[in-house]
Design a protein around this ligand. Structure first.
Ligand SMILES: [Zn+2]
Length: 232
């Protein structure tokens, strides 16, 4: 495991400002957060239930991005940080929460309910079977071990961790985005997988040499590795 970066510089990343040595936002998935205040306005708890009506991994309007900094989900790299106030304000269904998304992939937490998934109960709805060669041909194979043959069949899950089967079935029926997807395909995830970060570009301050800039991860991506080969 890599050590945390020693970063002393302070800079802005678009609207993001770097945060140094703040404690990680380690919030247990089921904990009900304190009622937050955002720009002086106290946000009311939503009637929608996190993990039931709204996926646990979904962002809420009460959860602004706060900057970039070290994070337990990305050892050796910086990560985009975001407030943790699920269940307050309104859900932003089109946006995953940065930290919860990374945690879901890293710890195999179901993105719907936030609970751990066990071997044998990890399912995907939107993952695509692709060969390692196809990923490499698209320039996405940088994270694949060179020992992995081009013919090896992978399950490209993108940034969506596997769900419990019951949660996947419920999501497919409830979620407008998913139910409109004609390619929805409930299938078991692989027993092995690869994880790599999705990086965001960082603009350093004029005073910071570009070569000193550590990478900044936004989300984690994962790809299941099967034993099958497709040699067509
Ligand atoms: Zn679940």
């Amino acid at each position: 495991m890599l050590s945390r970066p020693q970063v002393k510089a302070r800079w802005t990343v678009g609207a993001l400002s770097y945060v140094e040595d703040e404690p990680d936002d380690v919030t247990p998935p089921r904990r009900r957060p304190e009622r937050p205040a955002l720009r002086g306005v106290t946000l009311q708890p939503s009637r929608l239930r996190v993990g039931v009506d709204v996926p646990w991994v979904t962002s809420w309007t009460s959860e602004p991005v706060t900057g970039v900094g070290p994070c337990l989900t990305t050892p050796g790299a910086l990560a985009v940080r975001q407030s943790e106030r699920p269940g307050f304000g309104r859900p932003v269904y089109s946006e995953n929460h940065h930290y919860r998304q990374r945690l879901s992939v890293l710890r195999m937490l179901c993105p719907m309910c936030g609970r751990a998934t066990a071997t044998g109960d990890r399912w995907t709805l939107t993952a695509r079977r692709r060969t390692a060669g196809a990923l490499r041909a698209q320039g996405l194979g940088g994270a694949l071990p060179t020992t992995l043959a081009d013919s090896r069949v992978l399950i490209d899950a993108g940034a969506i961790a596997p769900l419990h089967k019951a949660c996947a079935e419920r999501s497919a029926g409830q979620c407008p985005h998913l139910s409109a997807d004609e390619d929805l395909d409930l299938r078991p995830f692989a027993a092995r997988w690869l994880v790599w970060p999705l990086w965001v570009e960082v603009d350093p301050p004029p005073s910071a040499p570009a070569q000193d800039l550590p990478p900044v991860a936004a989300f984690l991506q994962l790809c299941g590795v099967t034993d099958a080969h497709d040699r067509r």
